[in-house]
Design a protein around this ligand. Structure first.
Ligand code: ADP
Ligand code: ADP
Ligand code: SF4
Ligand code: SF4
Length: 589
């Protein structure tokens, strides 16, 4: 079976020399019709039945708009939805089970949202044909666990609630005070309980426009929890939350399922996905072209198979390489040159006070910054950059700093290429930047897109690249993982490490995804204190000491998965948790 997918956002028949694909297709040249021109919409259409799969059009198209893939014949009967001729194809769906959190793990653009739209009744799947009724869907899923679910959905017995992925967009859609929004959502009469669980007491009288990303995330989760529904879907519930908050919402979502609800969650922080889910589905395929839901798997096996890039039951290799984690705490030694030695610093805003221990930063190193939200991480870096004057302690150098904030605003009117070439056009042409940064982050594919049309994940990648293209002594990136999938997180980590080492620069990275912190950092600065009141920053320390200090402050221990070496959060009070806490070994056991 062959599918041909054309990304019409990329296709530009006038700029490729007028339907280049049609002119080069050997079937067409022999008088056949593998590619026809849809005159009305002014675009090419590939007729899969006539296409031989030679791949010439794929290589010739200057905009990489065409994908041709051969898939196993038996998948055809599992085809759930296709967005029109040459559109994205979704195969299979995740199961939904009462009393369980079903986790979904996979790259962006492989149909996770589409599947959720179907399960929540917002999208009637066309079954890759011209289906126009839920009865046919029920028939198609006869004998499958989803049959009863679809019957109930059709009869209006299932009310879905969705916590959307991009919480940053909420203020555009909803106005007013947090209290009013949550009161309106409160069908279950659990207002006080949910507000307390999500620690929202202090923001109830705030306007939604004035919330931070982490607060918006918790408000969105609270609004979902307050509804009375049967099916709950949480799309990336961890973005913008610190690690303590992440584990807290993971527990709350588990509790919701345990009360007898169907819960589905997409999550890219693997430690959180692991902690939260009863079973998981791996989604694989080619982003933008097709996506396949695996069989349900135990959480541990599913995540391990995902990291290995090989699904055992299905006998499918979906990635040519494995993702591995180093179990070692030692990183490169600090033998390099010192970029800066900074004294103890204090910043007193009146309502908030930060005390930072003095320390040094080396050229070529990546220092992870860990700690809760609102503890003074940004303030600290602004002092190092000379943007904010310390109340005590003196900074008498002028380092140039390039900064990527946690929340990215889009008010740029132009394409991605225009934006990036304004920063440094020569680096966009350099083979070093292409291989170390631009290609691994998939940036060339976005060049012709308008910055205002980018999705949250695309915007994040462009903002990271914009930050790293600037010339500076010190790079500061605040939560670069938000809205990125696992492979993109690793690509970003590798790019940052390689750029710092090769360009002899220094990076400070604020990050809450523990696995990414581990992957990225040579050393750690740990922030402790009481968010919004006072904060204390340690000097940069080695990974073992830093992780122990940080995780002890939040009371979480991790063990290593024996097969893949990935860190897994221990259940609080478990034997391992107690034993590791006694030994003071929270991470590198
Ligand atoms: P994910 O949630 O895994 O990121 P989505 O389900 O949002 O993936 O989208 C998968 C692919 O489906 C997208 O890359 C896009 O190409 C395509 N797609 C999504 N919605 C539509 C639509 N309404 N019309 C056409 N194509 C769509
Ligand atoms: P983090 O980066 O760890 O989330 P920040 O450094 O942004 O923390 O903020 C720490 C605290 O300092 C917060 O309570 C914030 O409201 C407060 N704060 C930040 N900037 C100012 C300022 N210019 N004036 C008064 N308070 C501020
Ligand atoms: Fe041109 Fe590519 Fe579009 Fe074909 S798919 S018309 S080659 S831009
Ligand atoms: Fe034509 Fe080959 Fe492209 Fe198929 S893959 S449409 S046969 S050029």
């Amino acid at each position: 079976m062959r599918i041909a997918v054309i990304d019409y956002d990329k296709c530009n028949p006038d700029k490729c020399g007028h339907f280049l694909c049609e002119r080069v297709c050997p079937v067409n040249r022999m008088g056949g019709e593998a590619i026809i021109i849809d005159e009305e919409n002014y675009r090419p259409v590939i007729q899969e039945a006539s296409c031989t799969g030679c791949g010439i059009c794929v290589h010739k198209c200057p905009f990489n708009a065409i994908t041709i893939v051969n898939l196993p014949e038996q998948l055809d009967e599992d085809c759930v939805h296709r967005y029109g001729i040459n559109g994205f194809v979704l195969y299979r769906l995740p199961v939904v089970k009462e009393g369980m959190v079903v986790g979904i793990l996979g790259p962006n653009g492989t149909g996770k949202t589409t599947a959720v739209k179907i399960l929540s009744g917002q999208l009637l799947p066309n079954l890759c044909g011209d289906n126009d009724s839920w009865d046919n869907v029920i028939k198609a899923f006869r004998g499958n666990e989803l049959q009863t679910y679809f019957e109930r959905l059709k009869n209006g017995e299932i009310r879905p609630v969705v916590k959307p992925q991009y919480v940053d967009l909420i203020p555009k859609a909803v106005k007013g005070k947090v209290r009013d929004l949550l009161r309106k959502a409160d069908e279950s009469g659990r207002f006080d309980e949910v507000v307390k669980e999500l620690e929202l007491e202090n923001v109830l009288d705030r306007d939604i426009r004035h919330l931070s990303g982490g607060e918006l995330q918790r408000v969105a989760i609270a609004a979902a929890l307050l509804r009375n529904a049967e099916f709950y879907f949480f799309d990336e519930p961890s973005s913008y939350l610190d690690i303590r908050q992440r584990l807290r919402i993971a527990k709350i979502i588990r509790k919701l399922a345990e009360s007898g609800k169907n819960v589905l969650a997409v999550e890219h922080d693997l430690a959180i996905l692991d902690y939260m889910s009863d079973i998981i589905h791996v989604v694989y395929g080619k982003p933008g072209a097709y996506g396949i839901f695996s069989q349900p798997k135990s959480t541990r096996n599913g995540i391990n198979e995902f990291l290995r890039g090989y699904l055992r039951d299905e006998n499918v290799r979906f990635r040519p390489y494995e993702i591995n984690f180093s179990k070692k705490s030692e990183r490169k030694s600090q033998e390099g040159e010192i970029l800066v030695e900074y004294p103890s610093l204090v910043k007193d805003y009146g309502s908030f006070r930060l005390e930072a221990e003095g320390g040094e930063l080396y050229i070529g190193e990546v220092v992870g910054i860990v700690g809760p939200n609102g503890i003074g991480k940004t303030t600290f870096v602004k002092m190092l950059a000379g943007v904010e004057k310390p109340t005590e302690g003196e900074i008498d150098w002028s380092l140039t700093v390039s900064y990527k904030p946690q929340y990215i605003k889009t008010d740029y009117d132009g394409t991605v290429y225009e934006l990036l070439s304004k920063i440094d056009a020569s680096k966009l042409m350099s083979s070093f930047y292409k291989s170390e940064l631009l290609n691994p982050l998939g940036i060339p594919e976005l060049y012709d897109k308008n910055v205002n049309d980018l999705s949250g994940g695309e915007l994040q990648r462009v903002a990271i690249v914009a930050c790293l293209l600037r010339d500076a002594d010190l790079y500061l990136l605040d939560e670069p993982s938000a809205h990125l999938d696992v492979e993109q997180r690793l690509a970003v980590s590798k790019a940052i490490r390689s750029l710092m080492a090769k360009n002899e620069k220094t990076a400070l990275i604020v990050e809450h995804d523990v696995m990414m912190v581990d992957y990225l950092s040579d050393r750690l600065i740990v922030f402790e204190g009481q968010p919004g009141k006072f904060g204390r920053a340690s000097k940069p320390m080695g990974m073992r000491e830093g992780m122990n200090r940080f995780l002890a402050s939040v009371g979480i221990t991790f063990r290593r998965d024996p097969d893949t070496g990935r860190p897994r959060a221990n259940k609080e009070g478990s034997v391992k948790d107690r034993e590791q806490k006694e030994r003071g070994e929270y991470y590198y056991t």
